[in-house]
Design a protein around this ligand. Structure first.
Ligand code: ADP
Length: 430
């Protein structure tokens, strides 16, 4: 058994895992061989030697995308099996993104060139770099034959239309910047009980049912909740306080009950309640007209008390204002763990900027450290907006050559387009 560790950025989307050559020898595997790794899913990957510094740890290095395909999480112990892969004679993929895709981006012959040699299985998620350096994720929707296959230049590639509402919001821990302490605590509190409920039962420790994340808007509370759900393969459902309150008489409680029932049916699950302060203000602050809130809080408490203490359903609630919450919600067995999600410091801002410029073609002069220094007070959402604004500034730079009639950016422009420091400075002035 080898311990799962995070792979290198450069390997993302290449269907690779890395391992100490000594372990390879021991397991009778060889460099470059296709193997299958298996957690709650299985996926074929190509085995390569790990960098020298990574050897001697009994570890297997997988990037987040591959971990998702195999259904394994960091620190899991997994085994690696040899597998025979056939060449695919047909394979269908579908883009998983809402970004604007050009017809040229989806041209099967161009994509096939990039995909040749990649081992996949139906349902895998794959990542390709398209024109302009943009990352785009696709899902494999069918292969012939079935099972683990290798894409070859002779495979027929079918590119399906993006499905309506498709979103690439599969956040992983890598998408959360500057909050490593918080993530560490969240993983202990939520990931461990979700994944090893027996261990908690055996030790007689009650896994938490509710965790309260508090901090200013846009600091990453939602991203954290989604990342934990994805990394643990838990079902994720998201409701917001104002949305529940906005219902008609009796409907609010009904909606809450439905959410909990659904989560129970799909356990292990994470229920994320955003802006919980809207449904659960302190009772003394609820006058006569606050009857709805009163009933909704009572319902929420009843539902949480009714959750079996198996750690298989965790309710994560987020608020900007922890002190305005009904104290009944913070008693033991309810939201009894709290994690502050602060405004990022300089290092945090740098990490967040790196995350949000990941798929962007940055010019060499772009100095993210410098940008992090001058963006004091910016939260994650602001930094994300800044990166997008810089991209828009770059686009405006080539505007004269965009043909509005045709509404497409010439492909050559896309290929050579870059975002430079001037674009960021312009974005900062906005
Ligand atoms: P909150 O739930 O705290 O109001 P969100 O998690 O919804 O904030 O964040 C809003 C957006 O800002 C997200 O889409 C995310 O991309 C970005 N963001 C916020 N905080 C971070 C962070 N710490 N790391 C990376 N991205 C972040």
């Amino acid at each position: 058994m080898l311990k799962v560790k995070d792979g290198k950025k450069k390997d993302i989307g290449r269907g690779l895992v890395r391992m100490d050559p000594v372990d390879m020898d021991r397991l009778g595997l060889s460099d470059g061989e296709i193997v299958e790794i298996k957690g709650s899913r299985r996926t074929p990957v190509r085995l390569l030697a790990a960098d020298h510094d990574d050897c001697g740890q009994g570890a297997l290095f997988l990037d987040g995308l591959t971990r998702g395909n195999a259904g394994v999480a960091l620190d899991d112990r997994i085994s690696v099996h040899k597998v025979v892969v056939d060449f695919a004679f047909e394979i269908a993929i579908r883009p998983l993104t809402t970004m604007h895709l050009l017809e040229k981006d989806l041209d099967p012959s161009g994509l096939k060139e990039k995909l040749s040699g990649l081992p996949v299985i139906n349902g895998d998620r794959i990542r390709l770099v398209l024109g302009g350096g943009r990352d785009c994720d696709f899902q494999v929707t069918s292969t012939k034959p079935g099972g683990s296959v290798m894409i070859s230049p002779a495979s027929e590639l079918i590119v399906e239309k993006p499905s309506a509402g498709a979103k690439s919001d599969k956040a992983t821990y890598k998408d959360v910047g500057g909050l490593s302490n918080q993530l560490q605590r969240i993983r202990e509190m939520i990931e461990l009980p979700l994944r090893f409920p027996q261990a908690f039962l055996r030790l007689g420790v009650e896994p938490p049912k509710g965790v309260l994340l508090y901090g200013p808007p846009g600091t990453g509370k939602t991203v954290i909740a989604k990342a934990v759900a994805n990394e643990t393969d838990a079902w994720f459902t998201h409701i917001s306080g104002p949305e529940i309150i906005g219902k008609y008489y009796g409907e609010s409680e009904q909606r809450l009950r439905e959410v909990f029932e659904e989560a129970q049916a799909h356990a292990p699950s994470i229920i994320f309640i955003d802006e919980i302060d809207a449904i659960a203000p302190k009772r003394e602050e609820m006058g006569g007209e606050k009857q709805v809130e009163r009933r909704v809080v009572a319902q929420l408490l009843a539902l949480m008390d009714g959750l079996q203490a198996r750690g298989q359903i965790v309710v994560i609630a987020a608020t900007n204002l922890p002190n305005t919450l009904d104290p009944a919600l913070r008693r033991p067995g309810r939201f009894d763990r709290e994690i502050a999600v602060p405004i990022p410091d300089r290092r945090g801002r740098e990490e967040i900027l790196q995350i949000h410029t990941r798929g962007m073609p940055l010019a060499r002069d772009v100095d993210l450290i410098r940008i992090a220094e001058v963006t004091h007070g910016f939260v994650g959402a602001d930094l994300e907006a800044l990166a997008k604004e810089a991209a828009m500034a770059a686009l405006r730079g080539i505007m004269p050559s965009i043909d509005f009639e045709d509404f497409q950016v010439p492909y050559d422009h896309l290929r050579t387009m870059e975002i430079d420091m001037k674009n960021f400075t312009a974005a900062l002035r906005e």
